[in-house]
Design a protein around this ligand. Structure first.
Ligand SMILES: Cc1cc2nc3c(=O)[nH]c(=O)nc-3n(C[C@H](O)[C@H](O)[C@H](O)COP(=O)(O)O)c2cc1C
Length: 318
């Protein structure tokens, strides 16, 4: 099952090398202006093209199949569809028997058997995040004054990262990165104390993005090494503004009215050109695998807009 949300309910579908992919967004109030041009800016931020990203080129044009009439949402489910026009499935034939280390080839086949579509990572592909970005465009509109912006802090531990990226690419290797997301003008009071805490709902969606390895709010893991006097956020005035933000804008699972701030650790791409020694299920031996196909050297470069979208969807659910 691939469903998220209660008030704004999403159902994501599609595979990297199937006919197409997309998302169904249910719970959007009627009367919200919406047209295909609203999606252009965010979709272009997710598209590859920059150094260190895949050579695969897709048009990424959105088709609004339902839920919009005369330029406004009708209140019915909004179905958004994208086609795959530049797939090259033969690149992936061998990975069923000789699975890529770090990718989903093995775990997907264990779960779904020989029915799994492993082409380009199938339903696990980063391409499926196009639906998250599209739903995020709608969620951002629903949030009104709240603004969400994510930026890359470092790639491969470096900022600037151009030469590290080039060097890794030349060696047929890959890099990860850290992205910070900041949500401003958040009202105090969003979220619930336990299962639907602001952090757990945002993290649920952030960890749904393939390749995410960590999320930390405010001081995050560093808080474990602080004194309470260092980590606490003194309240500075009657609006609840704090003089620092070690909590990342959330206390007791509930937004406290300060910026929500969190960082996301993104792993290095697992499909690397450099040879790797890994088990081959047809020969029953550990053998050398050289991964072909078109891959991002560093897909963290494409993730800020995906992280913004995931955050918007989580907040729209509150
Ligand atoms: C936008 C985006 C692009 C990605 N591009 C690639 C890629 O080119 N090659 C690759 O091996 N993995 C890529 N990934 C990561 C894989 O989808 C992911 O590693 C895989 O599904 C296994 O999931 P896991 O890393 O969470 O275990 C990408 C992820 C995203 C979000």
């Amino acid at each position: 099952m691939n469903i998220f949300g209660r008030k704004l309910r999403l159902s994501i579908f599609g595979e990297s090398h199937g006919a197409g992919l997309g998302i169904i967004v249910d719970g959007v109030p009627s009367g919200m202006p919406l047209s295909t041009s609203d999606f252009t800016a965010d979709l272009s931020r997710r598209r590859p093209g920059a150094p260190g990203t895949t050579a695969r080129r897709e048009g990424d044009a959105v088709t609004i199949l339902s839920g919009v009439y005369n330029g406004f949402s009708t209140g019915a489910p909004i179905a958004l569809l994208f086609s795959n026009d530049n797939a090259r499935p033969s690149d992936y034939d061998k990975f069923a028997e000789h699975p890529r280390p770090g990718h989903s080839d093995y775990s997907s086949r264990e779960k779904f058997g020989n029915f799994a579509d492993l082409r380009g990572g199938g339903h696990h592909s980063g391409r499926v995040t196009i639906g998250i970005v599209a739903a995020g465009v709608i969620a951002k509109k629903m949030l009104g004054q709240i603004t969400i912006s994510a930026k890359i802090l470092e790639i491969g531990g470096k900022n600037p990262w151009d030469s590290a990226l080039e060097e890794a690419g030349k060696r047929g290797d890959s890099l990860g990165g850290i992205i910070e997301c900041r949500v401003t003008q958040v009202p105090a009071g969003l979220g619930e104390p336990f299962f639907d805490s602001v952090e757990s709902q945002i993290s649920h969606l952030i960890f749904s993005i393939p390749g995410v390895r960590g999320v930390e709010f405010g001081d995050g893991f560093a808080s474990a090494r602080m004194y309470g006097s260092q980590h606490n956020d003194p309240i500075a005035d009657s609006s609840g503004r704090t003089s620092k933000n070690g909590a990342g804008g959330v206390n007791g699972g509930i937004s406290n009215g300060n910026d929500i701030v969190f960082r996301v650790a993104v792993k290095p791409t697992s499909s690397i050109a450099a040879p790797q020694e890994t088990y081959n299920f047809s020969t029953k031996k550990v053998e050398r695998l050289v991964v072909s196909g078109r891959h991002d050297t560093c897909f963290a470069l494409r993730l800020p807009v995906v992280i913004e979208a995931a955050t918007a969807i989580a907040l729209a659910n509150f």
